[in-house]
Design a protein around this ligand. Structure first.
Ligand code: TXA
Ligand code: MG
Length: 317
């Protein structure tokens, strides 16, 4: 039981500046958007992003949406497309999220996109969200501000009841107008509706002048994160390695000799922050096998082990 409560701040310029400062210092802040309240962290800060997953208590790394104040900054992180222009003109700022290829040199944490080469981005319409984003200046990764498995929050009190002191501050901007999460459209290949929302499929088709593919509608609602082909390394992955074989690359945890160490001090937030980056780095060395130390199966360790066991699972291609 979490007994202490976070600060609930009123919607003033001083509060917006305070949230921006917390974000710059790696904090977690809840703020209203027109859809639901978001649990935000600096999208470029691996550790802060890892804390989002810890606070939500989700057993797997679902990729997160990155929120921006302006289109110019947003576009620096993704590979822009003509269809994105059309949708951005029609619906931004507003309750639409676009999934695009990420710019290879984007400083956004790989943990935000759960290791995928794509990035979900949106420009929210809510004045308070925009004020906080402007004060901060960069991208803010923000899932809905609730514990995993609970209902999405549309009031500051919902956030406090669900997350308690796991969040550093909550900005009270009243009730969210839309009340359901943003519509998500994938623009990596042909346009795909990834999550239904306030903006309907028909509206989108009309704006684009073409139909959208719809990805497994029923599943898309219950388990959106499970649908995407998650990043799998080319190397084989051997889990729970307590001894190293010759020629393996060693991904350690705790006080072990290894090639890269997820966290020498056995800090699961640090391990999650390093996970995707280190997997990519070792995979690029083409060793054949990456052996991984055992990770405690508790807290964030559950999501880390989920990701690692997917990486280790046999696959067709
Ligand atoms: O309205 C909203 O979108 C709210 C507010 C706070 O902006 N945010 C929200 O975030 O609903 P969340 O984390 O609850 O949902 C994000 C969903 C993921 O479940 C996933 O389906 C999708 O966005 N997503 C994120 N990145 C993706 C990617 N790279 N490829 C495909 N889907 C992605
Ligand atoms: Mg959610």
């Amino acid at each position: 039981m979490i007994t202490s409560s976070p600060e609930i701040l009123s919607d003033t310029a001083a509060s917006h500046a305070h949230l921006a400062k917390l974000l710059r210092n790696g904090g977690l802040v809840a703020f209203p958007t027109e859809t639901v309240y978001g649990l935000g962290a600096d999208a470029c800060d691996d550790r802060a992003v890892a804390r989002i997953y810890e606070a939500k208590g989700r057993p797997s790394f679902n990729p997160l949406i990155v929120h921006f104040a302006d289109l110019e900054t947003l576009r620096q992180h993704v590979v822009w497309r003509p269809e994105a222009d059309v949708l951005a003109q029609a619906y931004w700022p507003g309750p639409l999220t676009l999934v695009l290829k990420r710019q290879p040199d984007s400083p956004i944490s790989p943990l935000v996109s759960a290791g995928l080469e794509t990035l979900a981005v949106r420009l929210p319409a809510h004045d308070t969200a925009r004020a906080v984003l402007r004060a901060f200046g960069g991208g803010v990764a923000a899932p809905s501000a609730n514990r995993s498995g609970q209902i999405s929050p549309t009031q500051a009190g919902h956030v406090r009841d669900s997350l308690g002191a796991r969040v550093d501050a909550i900005l009270d901007g009243g009730s969210c107008k839309v009340g359901v999460e943003s519509t998500i459209v994938g623009l990596v290949d042909k346009p795909v509706l990834l999550r239904p929302g306030g903006i309907t499929e028909d509206e989108l088709a009309q704006t684009l002048g073409r139909h959208l593919a719809v990805r497994h509608k029923a599943e898309a609602i219950s388990a959106p994160g499970q649908l995407m082909s998650h990043y799998a390394p080319d190397s084989l992955v051997r889990l729970n390695a307590t001894e190293w074989e010759p020629n393996e690359l060693r991904l350690g945890f705790g006080e072990v000799e290894c090639d890269l160490n997820l966290s020498e001090s056995e800090d699961l937030v640090e391990a999650a922050a390093n996970l995707f980056d280190y997997l990519h780095q070792l995979d690029a060395r083409q060793a054949g096998t990456i052996a991984v130390s055992p990770i405690p199966h508790e807290g964030l360790g559950i999501a880390i082990n989920d990701r690692l066991s997917r990486a280790a699972a046999p696959r067709d291609s």
